[in-house]
Design a binder for this molecule. Structure first.
Ligand code: NAP
Length: 294
């Protein structure tokens, strides 16, 4: 038997998912392929999504990932959503539970598992998330569920406020544990937030290929020395945001680990095979990407 997986999104030029899933297939001794399925946003969007999902129901696809800009739109075409997908309001993985199509969001656990490799999660603290899109929601949901306090800063304050309202309605958290802030170059944290700050997350696309010079970090941003910086951007691996963290003497990691962990969770949903994400496996994935890019 050969597996068939796919990624729905638009555009899909920079996706690393095919490399990652190819290595997972080899790791488990399976045959299969991972296709990029670009679907533009136009008047035929709903019909195209329905067609692909009908093909999955018929067994043509064993699993699908979903990325920008379809993570929300796809929800309406599925039979059920798990708790993560409901709370985050976005689906990044679709799997079959015969005869149903279920939507989940593996970004939540992918982020937490990778973050924990760099810092103790159980110690808690305050996290500042820059950006308030789908990935920011997943990160915020994960951190709140681990007992953290979360500040969400967005250039459109209303967007951050909406995320706060949605999370409060899905999670049993007190209002004091989550706050929306306006993101600007002049932004400074009040002392009570500053002192407890342990983590700053870039959940904007600034720094990614095509936007390499960008960073959402406010110009005079100060933080305690033991603050960890996490950039969801992984391509390129070194970003302005990560450099700014190191200049402040802080530890910094990019989002490649999260990408690999969220993919491993999706792969497990699709095949039942649990992938052990070891440094050796990560090195094989990196070598595959490097080989193809050069
Ligand atoms: P999204 O839903 O489009 O949200 C992006 C957020 O960034 C929005 O709040 C947006 O605000 C803000 N933003 C965009 N440009 C900005 C700018 N110039 N200044 C300030 N804020 C800006 O995207 P997403 O799905 O959350 O993804 C965000 C990033 O995370 C992407 O680079 C994505 O590739 C990455 N990601 C990585 C992983 C991983 O596994 N490592 C997983 C998911 C996502 P506006 O709405 O005002 O534009």
């Amino acid at each position: 038997m050969a597996y068939r997986f796919g990624l729905l999104g638009y555009p899909l030029t920079y996706s690393l998912s095919p490399y990652i899933h190819q290595v997972f297939l080899e790791e488990c001794g399976f045959r299969g392929e991972y296709e990029l399925i670009p679907i533009a946003v136009d008047e035929q969007l709903a019909q195209r999504l329905q067609t692909i999902l009908a093909r999955m129901r018929q067994g043509e696809y064993d699993g699908l990932n979903v990325t920008i800009p379809h993570k929300q739109a796809v929800k309406g075409f599925l039979d059920s959503l798990d708790e993560e997908a409901k709370a985050v309001g976005a689906v990044n993985t679709i799997y079959r539970q015969h005869p149903l199509l279920v939507g989940t969001n593996t970004d939540v656990e992918g982020f937490l598992v990778d973050l924990e490799r760099g810092m103790p999660l159980d110690a808690g603290g305050t996290a500042l998330i820059l950006g308030a899109g789908g990935a920011a929601r997943a990160v915020a949901f994960g951190l709140l569920s681990k007992g953290w306090r979360v500040l969400i800063a967005a250039r459109r304050l209303a967007q951050a406020q909406e995320v706060v309202c949605n999370l409060l309605s899905h999670q049993d958290v007190k209002m004091e544990r989550i706050k929306a802030l306006p993101l600007s170059h002049e932004m400074e944290l009040p002392p009570e937030d500053w002192q407890e700050l342990r983590l700053v997350v870039n959940a904007t696309p600034l720094g990614t290929k095509g936007l390499e010079q960008g960073s959402p970090l406010p110009s005079k941003f100060r933080c305690p020395r033991n603050t960890c910086f996490y950039d969801l951007v992984y391509n390129p691996p070194e970003t302005t945001f990560l450099r700014q963290a190191r200049e402040r003497g802080c530890s910094a990691r990019n989002g490649l680990g999260m990408l690999i962990h969220q993919a491993a969770l999706a792969f497990e949903h699709w095949t039942g095979c649990k992938i052990a994400v070891t440094p050796q496996l990560e090195a094989r994935i990196m070598a595959r990407i490097w080989q193809d890019e050069n």
